[in-house]
Design a protein around this ligand. Structure first.
Ligand SMILES: Cc1ncc(COP(=O)(O)O)c(C=O)c1O
Length: 418
């Protein structure tokens, strides 16, 4: 039976047009998918390079099923991992130029595992204001002091890092990850001195700083200033963690490898498979392996999923046409949208493009109308994005054609502007 609190919450989200229900999809071919008996162009998944339906990737997965079965059977830390796990870790470590890589069951598991194993209660984590839920949940699990810098703002991040260079940590903020309560960098100085004057603070001998960001923001497509963040992180003696979920295989963040201590690559996006890689130094990966409960207390990823990812990695390095075609579709889309007079959430060359609409109800309505016209786009509402930031999320993929982009652009214009 549901408690009255949950019943109230359900009623509340229903009234605000925030109820979610799954769309039943069938027969994805890289371009179209079938919804409600009708083929619609698919602009809603993160299979940017079309690898989830590559014949070579499928063949690798099938061959691995024949050798290893469909499940891994147990936690890889308890019962041993299979050759595809090992080969995938080795291939990613080599590809990224890191000592070691570790396979997690998903990006969500990876982010929870990294923060909860590396970050302590007295430590400070500084993250971009728009960080993904899995990063926020990881920080919360670590019960660390958490502060967010203004979105994409290196100066604000630097200010926060410097604020925490002193001897004082505001004890009262421990575990403070309730989004609405997080102070901005500019509020920190006064906060620190206020807290210290009340004598509530602990010495920071045991506190360490961590800086975290995403390379490409999943709901806006904005590109992070990774290189600059890595630089200030180094200057301030912080550990820098990069979530490259939407950048890997698409856009090179061009940072100095030595300045990024841990890189997270969820494999369900451009790699077209599932699971995640965390890569870094031997020392750091060993610590994660020893302490991350989300790695230990869960059944390992099925070996064939790792075999699929391994094949995808090989294709990503060889078939550069996929990325080139994708980027040309992105520029065609942006040009088209400008011509019809629609405004995008951000001016970005990434495959994630957003169009802000005035309310959650309007986003639901526009998504439905687009489906009727033969296009599937994502409908993004709070709490995934802030209040008043509901949007359509359009995901471009290399198996789409120029004409698909042109058709979507005119349907968007007709539906939103009329
Ligand atoms: C930035 C970012 N990090 C982590 C994740 C989680 O990855 P996964 O879907 O593999 O759990 C996602 C995907 O939703 C993401 O967009």
């Amino acid at each position: 039976m549901l408690t009255s609190r949950v019943q109230r919450q359900l009623k509340d989200i229903e009234q605000k047009n925030l109820i979610r229900s799954p769309l039943l999809l069938k027969d994805y071919d890289g371009r179209f998918v079938v919804y409600d008996g009708k083929r619609v162009l698919h602009f809603a998944n993160n299979d940017y390079l079309g690898l989830s339906i590559s014949d070579d990737v499928k063949a690798s997965a099938i061959a691995a099923i024949d050798r290893h079965g469909v499940g891994s059977g147990a936690s890889v830390q308890v019962s041993g991992f299979h050759a595809p796990h090992h080969d995938l870790e080795k291939a990613f470590a080599d590809h990224l130029g890191r000592d070691r890589a570790l396979v997690f069951n998903s990006g969500y598991h990876a982010n929870l595992g990294i923060f909860s194993s590396l970050v302590g209660r007295n430590d400070v984590v500084i993250s971009d204001r728009d960080s993904h839920a899995s990063i926020l949940d990881g920080i919360q699990l670590a019960r660390a002091n958490h502060y967010r810098f203004k979105h994409l703002d290196v100066g604000d991040a630097n200010l926060l890092l410097k604020d925490f260079s002193g001897d004082w940590i505001p004890r009262s903020s421990r575990g403070m990850t309730k989004l609405g309560e997080l102070p901005r960098a500019t509020e920190i100085s006064s906060r620190v001195s206020e807290v210290s004057s009340r004598g509530l603070t602990a010495g920071s001998n045991s506190s360490n700083k961590f800086l975290v960001t995403e390379s490409i923001f999943s709901m806006s497509g904005e590109i992070s200033p990774v290189k600059e963040l890595a630089k200030i992180s180094k200057q301030n003696d912080a550990t820098f963690i990069l979530d490259d979920a939407h950048g890997f295989g698409i856009i090179d963040s061009n940072y100095n490898q030595n300045d990024v201590h841990a890189i997270v690559i969820p494999l369900g996006k451009a790699v077209g498979s599932y699971g995640a890689i965390v890569a870094g130094s031997n020392e750091l990966i060993n610590a994660i392996y020893q302490f991350a409960r989300t790695h230990r207390y869960t059944t390992g990823l099925p070996p064939h999923v790792c075999a699929a990812s391994l094949k995808s990695l090989d294709i990503i390095t060889k078939e550069t046409w996929r990325r080139e075609k994708l980027l040309s579709l992105v520029s065609r889309f942006k040009q088209g949208v400008k011509q019809v007079g629609l405004k995008l959430v951000a001016d970005t060359v990434s495959p994630i493009q957003g169009i802000l609409l005035d309310s959650p109800g309007r986003v639901v309505d526009v998504q439905r109308k687009l489906l009727e016209k033969g296009f599937l786009v994502s409908c993004i509402r709070p709490p995934t994005v802030a209040k008043n930031a509901s949007r359509l999320r359009i995901s471009l993929r290399c198996l789409l054609e120029d004409e698909d982009i042109d058709r979507l652009v005119s349907a968007l214009g007709e539906t939103i502007l009329s």
